[in-house]
Design a protein around this ligand. Structure first.
Ligand code: INR
Length: 305
């Protein structure tokens, strides 16, 4: 059994899309955890039982590259989720420690993320909102997915509960075009964008609105048509008035990346047509990963921990 009173909060570590995350200690075991609070005051009927069931299923989703959900607690008009604690997120690392992203670490992170994503997809769970803020890292070279599964339960809101704008930079073109049927391929697009960002040291497509995001993608990858993406013109937000951009060369830093196998995998991920995009399972088999080496230490900037 698990009660909210057994956790002593130590400080706030993050503000997710749905709620605030605290560093806390479980006073019964002495273990440090991440405690996420989702306020439910707007849910007039209490917590929907389907939501509790769906979230509780995530407790069984155990994988070394997925942040473990230990418990779910309902108390004081809030849903609390008790998680494994890691010391940093990938966004902070990208912002503050650009030098750590050696080709060896990029490869190791990418493999771990693909492994975690393919495990989720095997279990018919999509992430839908992968971004550097919900990839957590430790000093031993691990990277773990967080903020999983809530997207189906609560929908991805336009704004975080703090009114912060939810980032669109990692969103797949089919989502931006209004597809109703999400597939596993949406997560591969996000991973491709994150992969590029580790190499470019800046976001690949930094749109400031849905249409700006879509146009930034089209300007580099070309505006899709029925020939390259059958069915695209039937998507709800496809516009016949979209400018017809031709595909442009990828950024020089990507084309000239020292690991020559990287480019081929990257091109198979960043495919506009979701049906033609490589799966996580197949991406793990790509020759780029044939010489993967484990990274056992990453110097995290101490002032951020
Ligand atoms: C850190 C976060 C460290 N650890 C931000 C963060 C900055 C530095 O969000 C976090 C989490 C953690 C976290 O250690 N465990 C979890 C976040 C989330 C779940 S979620 C679990 O779902 O993204 O809010």
């Amino acid at each position: 059994m698990c009660s909210i009173n057994q956790f002593r909060r130590i400080g706030k570590i993050g503000e997710g899309t749905y709620g605030v995350v605290f560093k806390a200690v479980d006073v019964e075991s002495g273990k440090m955890v991440a405690l996420k609070r989702i306020r439910l005051e707007n849910e007039s009927e209490g917590v929907p039982s389907t939501a509790i069931r769906e979230i509780s299923l995530l407790k069984d989703l155990k994988h070394p590259s997925i942040i473990q959900l230990y418990d779910v607690i309902i108390a004081d008009a809030s849903l609390y989720m008790v998680f494994e604690l890691l010391s940093m997120d990938l966004k902070k690392l990208l912002d503050k420690a650009k030098e750590v992203f050696t080709p060896k670490l990029v490869k190791s992170y990418m493999f771990q993320m693909l492994d975690a994503i393919s495990f989720c997809h095997l279990n018919r769970i999509l992430h839908r909102d992968l971004k550097p803020q919900n990839l957590l890292v430790d000093e031993y070279g691990h990277i773990k997915l967080a903020d999983f599964g809530l997207a189906r339960t609560f929908n991805i809101p336009m704004r975080a509960y703090t009114h912060e704008v939810v980032t669109l930079w990692y969103r797949a073109p089919e989502i931006l075009l209004g597809t109703k049927l999400y597939a596993t391929s949406v997560d591969l697009w996000s991973l491709g964008c994150i992969f590029a960002e580790m190499i470019l040291q800046k976001p690949l497509f930094a749109g400031d609105s849905e249409i700006d995001q879509l146009y930034k993608i089209f300007q580099m990858m070309g505006t899709p048509n029925e020939m390259i993406w059958p069915g695209v013109s039937q998507l709800p937000d496809f516009g016949l008035k979209f400018p017809n951009w031709k595909p442009q060369p990828l950024p020089t830093l990507i084309l000239s990346y020292q690991d020559k196998d990287f480019l081929d995998l990257f091109k198979q991920i960043m495919v506009l047509d979701p049906y033609k995009r490589i799966s996580a399972k197949n991406a793990m088999q790509h020759i780029y990963f044939r010489n993967i080496e484990p990274v056992s230490h990453v110097s995290l900037p101490l002032d951020l921990i």
